[in-house]
Structure formats: C-alpha cells, structure tokens
Design a protein around this ligand. Structure first.
Ligand SMILES: *Cc1c(COP(=O)(O)O)cnc(C)c1O
Length: 384
C-alpha cells in the first residue's frame, strides 16, 4: 500500500517547462495587434537558426506540419514508400499519409528505442523515397554509415526531432538540426523540450529548399507577410498550406529560447535523479537516452505486467503514460502491418514516468516508492 500523503505534482505526466517570461513576451504581441506571421515569427526563425548555427529555420504551426512540409519539399510523391519506425507518435505516420505516400514500418533497437542503419537498410526498396528516423526520447540517430548509399539511391533523410531540440549527436557532438545533409523537423508543442504553445520548425538543407518551405507554409505565396505590406499584390507560385507560425506562438518560443539552457539542465538533472533512484528497483529497465548528449524528453522504463503496474500507479495518483502504442498495430494503419518483434515487446512493457519541471527530488522518491509498491502488488512471488 502507498500510505504517504498525495503529491499533486507527481500526478502529472508532463507539463511545459516555463521560465516566467513567456507571459510578458506574449502580452507585447497582443498589445501590438499583429497576431499573424509577423516580424516576431521571423525573429524566432532567426533565433532558432542562430542557436543551431545554421543559415535558416522555417517555422510552422506544429511538428506534424513540419513533417508534412518537409515531405512535400523533398518531393515525396503519392505511392512512394517512406521508412518509419512503428514506435513513434501517430503524427509521424499521419504526415506520411498526408502526401499519399506509404509508411514502411520498421523495428527499433530494444535498448535505445531508435532505428539503426542496419534496420533502415533492410527496408529499402526501389520505391523508397524517404526515411524518417525518430529521435526517441531526445536521443540522436546517426545514419552516417549509410548516408552515401541513401544519397546514391535518392532517398531523403527527414529527422523527426520532435523530442530532440537541444540534443547533440553522440558521434560528433553537433546539435541535432545542424547536419546539412538531412531535413530536420522539430515540434514546439506544449510539452516538448522547447514550446511555442503549439509550433514547429523545419531546418532546410539548401537555400532553395528554404525558399520552397517558406512558400509551402504560406499558401504558396512567395513573399513573407511583412514584405506584402509594401506591395499592392501577391503572387501564388504553387501548392501551399496555411502552416505559418503566429507571432503569439513565436513570442512564447522567443522567451523560451532565452532560457533554454536552464530547461535543458533541469531535464538532464531530473533524468539523472530518476536514474539514481531506479538503480535499486528490481525488474525495471531504464531506457538510456544518453543524457550526456541528449536533452531528455521522457523518462521511460520497461516493466513486467505493465498494464497492471500502470493501473496501480494511476490509482496512487502517479502520472504515468505510455509513449507510444505501436503504430503498425493501430486500426487505421493495419494495411501496412508487418511483424516487428522488438516494437511489439516494447509496446507491452514501456511506461513513462512523470517528467516536468515541477517535480522535486522528494516527488521523484515518491514516484519510485509507488513504482516499487506497484511491482510488489502485481508480482506473483514475494519479494525481499
Ligand atoms: C509531438 C510529436 C510529433 C508532432 O508534433 P506536434 O507539434 O504535436 O504536431 C511528431 N513526432 C513525435 C515523435 C512527437 O513526439
């Protein structure tokens, strides 16, 4: 039994890491009366680019929109195959379906929850147009060993870095998003490493690609909104979507960027505190996000009897979650089902522990105690 008094912050799985400056930043935009794609949005794009040391970033309304526009910019056509791990948020798959392409689900490495160059290579066919590695939990995925092969076959790498803003590649210590051979997509949704409330960004590979992405996210119009104020007309140059990031959302992102190093440090500290607390707990495997390089997005473990443990923890007001139910088992994606043993096993064992800035070390100790109690209560053999 868990007989300690309830700790409300342990009851939440995630919440935004705020610094306290976001409200003032949004208020300034509210007072300006300019809520659309404005110079605030463009300033946010420049700041993201500067943070990553890249020439451009193209801000959009969400991580899903980032993936969708990246697939369009990469020229992925109807019927093309896009290699994607089944172990991802369903948004990755929906972006592939948005361009009428076919998801080719692949398995993951059981220890990292990420795809490997080998798993990608095995799934390549003549129809492959792109591969979307998912930087799970914030961990970078390095496809350098097969980069030349992918390029030769005309396969674009589109990183789903929704979890990985601020993370670095473990092989060369470079920031995710700064590799000019891949298209990187970030999400700035409410609980991501950096938040705009809702938002996302694509990091293009070339000036041409930046131009294409800007047009795609602005209804096919080539000019930015601020340029438009200077002329009597505008020109629609091609297909486009209403995916530009509002100044209100960009204002949140700008305030977040000013203090991002603090949020990154807090996430690393939380993750390492969990790691230390979990070493003594039997039957629990912590998924290693590599916090020396990654900015951890999740604290994810594997446990036996997951569904029962989950129910026990929920009853004890612990905000556990599951990231994610495998996509190849979803009814909507059944057409593309194939057996993926590591993903299926993970799907039955994974559990995400509460992970947000309001957690204290006392909360974490409370969560881990509750986890131990849940494992004991569901186990068939008595424990010592
Ligand atoms: C959040 C997320 C997305 C989608 O981003 P949104 O901003 O929510 O649209 C895509 N992929 C992964 C892995 C995510 O976690």
């Amino acid at each position: 039994m868990i007989n300690e008094s309830r700790r409300p912050d342990a009851g939440r799985n995630a919440s935004p890491f705020l610094h306290g400056h976001e409200a003032a930043s949004v208020a300034r935009v509210l007072e300006s009366g300019q809520y659309g794609h404005t110079d605030v949005t463009e300033k946010f794009e420049r700041r993201i680019a500067r943070y990553l040391s890249v020439p451009y970033a193209v801000a959009v309304t969400s991580g899903t929109a980032a993936l969708h526009t990246a697939l369009l910019a990469a020229g992925i056509k109807a019927g093309a195959e896009v290699i994607v791990p089944s172990m991802t948020f369903c948004a990755t798959v929906q972006a592939i379906l948005a361009v009428d392409a076919t998801p080719r689900f692949i398995d993951i490495d059981a220890t990292t929850m990420c795809v490997t160059p080998d798993l990608v290579t095995k799934a390549i066919t003549d129809a492959t147009g792109a591969v979307i590695p998912v930087l799970f939990g914030g961990r970078a995925v390095d496809l350098t060993p097969i980069r030349a092969d992918l390029a030769e076959r005309g396969i674009t790498v589109i990183e789903d870095a929704a979890h990985a803003f601020g993370s670095r590649n473990h092989t060369n210590n470079r920031l995710v998003g700064s590799n000019a051979t891949v298209l990187t997509c970030f999400s700035f949704g409410p609980i991501k490493n950096l938040t705009c409330g809702q938002g996302g960004a694509v990091i293009p590979r070339t000036p041409d690609e930046a131009h294409t992405l800007r047009r795609l996210r602005l209804l096919g119009v080539a000019q930015s909104q601020s340029d438009r104020a200077e002329t009597t007309t505008y020109q629609v140059h091609g297909f486009g979507l209403r995916y530009q990031l509002s100044g209100l959302n960009a204002a949140i992102g700008l305030a977040q960027l000013d203090h991002f190093d603090m949020a990154a440090a807090a996430r690393r500290h939380l993750w390492r505190t969990y790691r230390a607390a979990l070493t003594e707990v039997r039957d629990v495997t912590l998924i290693d996000v590599d916090p020396d390089h990654a900015v951890p997005h999740l604290c994810q473990i594997r446990v036996p009897r997951r569904d029962e443990v989950f129910a026990h923890l929920r009853k004890a007001h612990i905000g556990v979650g599951v990231h994610y139910p495998p996509n190849h088992l979803q009814p909507a994606f059944a057409t593309w089902h194939r057996p993926l043993p590591a993903t299926e096993q993970a799907g039955e064992q994974i559990l995400s522990l509460p992970f947000h800035q309001h957690l204290t070390e006392v909360d974490i100790a409370h969560v881990v105690r509750a986890l131990r109690a849940a494992l004991d209560a569901t186990g068939t053999t008595p424990r010592t």
